[in-house]
Design a binder for this molecule. Sequence first.
Ligand SMILES: [Zn+2]
Length: 158
Amino acid sequence: MSFQKTISDQILLPIKIQRRLLAELINHSLEDDPNESCGLLLGTGDDADELHRMSNIADKPISRFTMDSDELLKAQEKVNKTKREFVAIYHSHTFTQGYPSKTDIKNAVAVASIATRHVIVSLVEKTRPVVRAFSINGDSVVTELVIETDGEPYRASD
Ligand SMILES: [Zn+2]
């Protein structure tokens, strides 16, 4: 007998991002607009408690992001010292929807040892930034995550 997987069997995995971090995430993205912003969410497990900005050193930061490897090392030392980890990598899309691009998926596979959760802020509508979160595993499988907060649940349409 084979097991038939249906939509209702899928478990919606959460990522917890405190509301102040969501606000910081959006602020960082608006400050760097039209370039993409990038950074890390630090914390424990799927629970982010700190936003750590990173420089986007990509040649074309308007449509790509590349994190600086020295900054990444420093961030790694910081989480090691505080016995935390990288909960997620975040970046912004200034002209496209908040869904991982082909390049994002390729890059995510390359950094899967650092973090497999990815948060994307879309600034397609500047007055209504939309935050979405995804898990991208080493096999390029993209799964959207539910964003939980410390207050009201986050809804992109708010
Ligand atoms: Zn992207």
